[in-house]
Design a binder for this molecule. Structure first.
Ligand code: TPP
Ligand code: MG
Length: 557
């Protein structure tokens, strides 16, 4: 067998069931021969984004694998790999490489060099007998330490060479669980129980560690409310009385209030990265920080008690410490935190109800979110936003229920991620209704992968908020916009979807959104991909700030 075939055998032995790809790379054929299904996307970025979606829902037990060609293919994939890197998502990227003698010769693009800044681990197979050790390091990096893209570049001359099966020498790496020091666990619990107004900041690490039950139990035992970061959304059921909500730069009023006034913040399963796509943490708080990657502790904040280690094991240790300090019931029912949250939530929702239930035309995008909450079986769905205003409108208002019922993503937020991300999600959870919520600008970045969804049978639903422009930038470049039409665009997206084998539904009346969503769920269950083109207006209101409206334009006026 040759080195490429040896790699396919290793992938098979690691339980890889499918790979996303864009031809050509001989691993596609070798994988197919091993019974690993290749799904070709319309663009390398889409293939990477789908691998990302698959990994996010598999909690580091299975990984998205993506195969692409050298040069143009490897160059084209960079945006999506950068996004997976920014969000700490473990994917295996397999770019074909040139023959070894071209690696340092201009203008050849060498992924193993250029990807170093956007990958957790990068390696080239530079000799046939290295395939086993390179792949061992790759799977170790996927399973252990900070998650992130892992790249194995496959030089053409090396990968075409023969290798005896008994020389592959692959060893499958296991997960190593690390736990914080016992004295730090005791200090953390003592500090949290003494605090005046503690809160929990839960990140994606809670989901990846499969620690959502432990998070709930710890919050209930201590009556400490839980905020989730954008990637952490769905780590707690947002109907839970201790749930404050999730945040990008927008969030719920309850979350904002707690973030402002809490004295002790316990970050769990979160890198606590300062980002414009997240809530800010005001100075002066005592910070307790759990995360798997030690290098994230003291990165953006001075941390008082560091709990580096596996998030599930850490929460379990904290739960037993609370029990040993307070007894089995903890302090359940002994604080008025639940009432405080309920009061804030009720007042906030009351002010937002006219927006959420707005029945004017063109449709208010918040009304679409309201209808999603009413018409989806939320526990059995996976919902995601896209870059720009769809993200900030969804974050406070779409109710995440079961773990992974929502995918919050984006630290550089690549427009158009939503469609391929949902194809990957559907591959991971074929029985869930997978829906992405994007603007018409975002559609332009990945719209042709609707055809990938139709062709592959990964039946997803795409909602396009068709406002004919970019509401994300209301006052942006007035001369360029008014004189030259920059940021205006048009399209009959339902018709485009029909041309790609999907069902297109156009909605212009708020009262028709619910039935369109029901129809989409029925069609997806029958294996048919759906696009709902909703004629919306630009909407600038963001939670929890005021209701000021800046944007006056809309194409449908
Ligand atoms: C690849 C990429 N380029 C640029 C951006 C910056 N960006 C964020 S939102 C946005 C406009 C989105 O327009 P649309 O999808 O129509 O949503 P709307 O603003 O109208 O709600 C742009 C250009 C981005 N996120 N990703
Ligand atoms: Mg738009």
């Amino acid at each position: 067998m040759n080195v490429t075939e040896a790699m396919a055998k290793i992938l098979k032995s690691e339980g890889v069931e499918w790979i996303s790809c864009f031809p050509s790379n001989p691993i596609i054929e070798a994988a197919a021969k091993e019974g690993i299904r290749p799904i070709a996307f319309r663009h390398e970025r889409g293939a990477v984004m789908a691998a990302d979606g698959y990994s996010r829902l598999n909690d580091r037990k299975k990984f998205g694998v993506v195969a692409i060609q050298d040069q143009a293919g490897a160059e084209n994939a960079m945006g999506a790999i950068s996004q997976a890197f920014a969000d700490n998502v473990p994917i295996l990227v397999l770019p074909r490489g040139s023959s070894l003698e071209r690696i340092a010769v201009r203008p050849y693009f060498t992924a193993a060099i250029t990807y170093r800044d956007i990958a957790k681990h990068v390696e080239t197979i530079s000799r046939p007998d290295m395939v086993g050790s390179v792949m061992r390091r790759a799977f170790h990096a996927l399973r252990n330490g900070r998650p992130g893209p892992v790249v194995v570049e496959m030089p053409a001359d090396v990968c075409d060479q023969e290798i005896d099966e008994d020389k592959i020498g692959y060893h499958s790496p296991k997960v190593s669980i690390q736990i914080p020091a016992a004295s730090d666990i005791t200090d953390a619990v003592t500090t949290l129980l003494k605090a005046e107004k503690p809160m929990i900041w839960a990140g994606m690490g809670v989901l990846l560690a499969g620690a959502t039950e432990e998070l709930k139990e710890f919050a209930e035992l201590t009556e400490i409310p839980v905020y989730t970061s954008m990637p952490g959304k769905s780590a707690i059921d947002e109907r839970h009385p201790l749930a404050l909500g999730a945040g990008s730069s927008a969030t719920t009023l309850a979350a904002r209030e707690w973030l402002q006034s809490s004295d002790v913040l316990f970050a769990v399963g979160s890198s606590m990265t300062r980002t414009g796509y997240g809530q800010q943490v005001p100075p002066g708080k005592t910070i307790i920080h759990n995360v798997g990657s030690l290098e994230d502790i003291n990165k953006d904040f001075g941390v008082h008690i560091a709990l580096p280690g596996d998030t599930k094991a850490t929460l379990q240790a904290l739960i037993s410490e609370v029990r040993s300090q307070l007894g089995d019931a903890g302090r359940k029912g002994k604080t008025d935190v639940v009432e405080q949250i309920a009061r804030t939530k009720a007042g906030w929702l009351e002010t937002w109800m006219p927006v959420l239930t707005d029945d004017k035309e063109p449709i208010n995008p918040y009304r679409v979110i309201w209808e999603l909450n009413q018409n989806l079986d939320l526990e059995n769905s996976v919902v995601t936003h896209d870059a720009g205003s769809p993200r900030d409108m969804m974050m406070p208002f779409l109710t995440a229920t079961s773990p992974h019922s929502y995918i919050g993503w984006g630290k550089s937020t690549h427009l158009g991620y939503g469609i391929p991300l949902m194809i990957g999600a559907k591959m991971a959870m074929p029985n869930r209704f997978c829906v992405n919520f994007m603007g018409d600008g975002a559609f332009g970045m990945s719209g042709l992968d609707i055809e990938t969804a139709s062709r592959s049978g990964a039946a997803i639903t795409t909602i396009v908020l068709n406002n004919g422009g970019m509401a994300t930038y209301p006052g942006f470049s007035p001369t360029a916009r008014e004189t030259f039409g920059v940021s205006h665009m048009y399209g009959d997206y339902a018709k485009i979807a029909e041309g790609m084998g999907a069902t297109g539904i156009t909605v212009t009346k708020p009262s028709d959104i619910g039935s369109a969503l029901k129809e989409a769920q029925k069609l997806n269950a029958e294996g048919k991909t759906v696009l709902i083109d909703i004629h919306t207006r630009a909407e600038d209101k963001r939670s929890p700030a005021g209701f000021e409206t800046v944007t006056q334009w809309t194409r449908w006026d």
